[in-house]
Design a protein around this ligand. Structure first.
Ligand SMILES: Nc1nc2c(c(=O)[nH]1)N[C@H]1C(S)=C(S)[C@@H](COP(=O)(O)O)O[C@H]1N2
Ligand SMILES: [Mo]
Length: 406
């Protein structure tokens, strides 16, 4: 039995030596871990913001200003998620030799540590892959994306916190760069960890500090290119190099992309019906307004972004009736919540809540026009909600009923 173990050990060591690269070092792993940790943290925080905007807990209060806040946080969310993909792959590359550690489990603690890492890696890979696919507005899975994305994020941050706690001594040791020991053979950092043992690389290995810097530059450039060639769907100054993002700014009717068309939502007929009205309700009272009546009310103009959770956004000039004017018309206090209903009744897009902070904001409109022309059918004709600082998914199109609550 002992001989067998020794044989396996020898085999594993040989394989480990084959994988050995002087570039793989704890210092490299720590530097990559730092970048990845930063990307994950920012991605997690912006993700929470987006999640709770869409599904607030009862005590949560969100504010509509600045108007570009959600556009920024969601743009950053998708950009940091994109950057994390190459970072994660390089980081896995920097440590995967450790998978070969023998025996695979040395103690209960070691087993727990490996289980944590397995969970962290698996959850991160699924999270980043499905997130990336989602930016293409493609939902090829049977589960509700946001719920799974949200809970996986918690799995990731908790296993990440454990992982950091366990690795703290190594992180601390390699946090700052050590002066290279000239002419004294390989740095200890260049040793390959294969578990209990370390395989020391042959003397005369290339100058690691320099090649490590070259590798880190490569990783940095890879991430920067991935972000730089996609973030133009959200950040105008990058739109000239927006080569790979699923969306282009300034495309679509009135120069604004469309997320879901009227045909896809199944409302082409009802939205174009001549008898369309929007019905306002408040405390048992009810009032229906035609498009002509809405147009006869005071109109208000505002520049607001549509900022989709998928990571694209676009500024545009919207014109229509202030929601607060509709509240007044119904004799409701300005600071009332409102439930907005669409002609599209089914699914997550069928209605949205306008909390008081939004409904009383003078920039929150029942919009009738976009960029100087009546709304295109696909942008929500005859009327849609446009409010500052809200995720696109809450900017309900093809509105036919506004229920003032309270
Ligand atoms: N009724 C309804 N409203 C909707 C949608 C929808 O599918 N149905 N899509 C939402 C999403 S996800 C976004 S990003 C914005 C996009 O608005 P746009 O298509 O006018 O650009 O509309 C929102 N309003
Ligand atoms: Mo969206």
């Amino acid at each position: 039995m002992d001989r067998l173990t020794q044989k396996i050990q020898a085999g594993v060591d040989a394989a480990g030596a084959r994988f050995a690269s002087p570039l793989r070092s704890k210092r490299l792993t720590v530097v990559l871990g730092r970048w990845l940790g930063l990307a994950f943290t920012v991605c997690f925080a912006t993700g929470l913001y987006s999640h709770f905007l869409q599904q607030p807990l009862p005590w949560m209060l969100f504010l509509p200003r600045p108007v570009w806040l959600y556009q920024l946080t969601q743009g950053v969310h998708v950009a940091t998620g994109t950057a994390a993909i190459p970072l994660l792959l390089f980081k896995l590359w920097s440590v995967y030799a450790q998978l070969l550690g023998w025996p695979p489990i040395r103690s209960v603690l070691h087993a727990l540590e490996r289980a944590t890492i397995a969970m962290l890696v698996a959850a991160s890979l699924v999270e980043l892959t499905t997130g990336l696919i989602n930016t293409f507005d493609w939902y090829p899975w049977p589960f509700p994306f946001r719920t799974v994305h949200y809970w996986l994020a918690w799995v990731i941050v908790s296993s990440l916190a454990l992982h950091i706690a366990v690795k703290l001594p190594i992180i601390r040791e390699h946090w700052s760069r050590k002066p290279a020991a000239v002419g004294s053979g390989p740095e200890p950092q260049a040793q390959l960890e294969t578990g209990a043992e370390t395989v020391t690389l042959p003397a005369g290995a290339p100058e690691h500090a320099v090649s490590r810097r070259a590798l880190l530059a490569t990783v940095g450039i890879t991430s920067a290119v991935a972000v730089g060639t996609t973030a133009g769907q959200s950040f105008r100054w990058l739109s000239a190099v927006n080569l790979f993002a699923p969306r282009q700014q300034d495309t679509g009717p009135a120069g604004v992309p469309v997320n879901r068309t009227a045909a896809q939502a199944g409302v082409s007929g009802t939205a174009l019906a001549p008898g369309w009205t929007v019905t306002l309700t408040y405390q048992g009272r009810q009032r229906s307004l035609t498009l002509a009546q809405l147009r006869a009310m005071p109109q208000s103009t505002g520049r607001l972004p549509v900022a989709c959770v998928d990571g694209w956004s676009q500024d545009a000039v919207w014109r229509g009736v202030k929601i607060v004017d509709l509240m007044t018309l119904m004799g409701a206090p300005a600071n009332s919540d409102a439930l907005v209903h669409s002609l599209e009744q089914a699914g997550a897009y069928g209605r949205s809540l306008l909390p008081a902070a939004y409904s009383q904001d003078p920039l929150t409109l029942l919009a009738l026009e976009l960029n100087g022309a009546p709304l295109d059918l696909d942008h929500g004709y005859p009327a849609r909600i446009m409010a500052p600082g809200r995720p696109g998914v809450l900017q309900t199109k093809w509105v036919n009923r506004i229920q003032v609550l309270g």
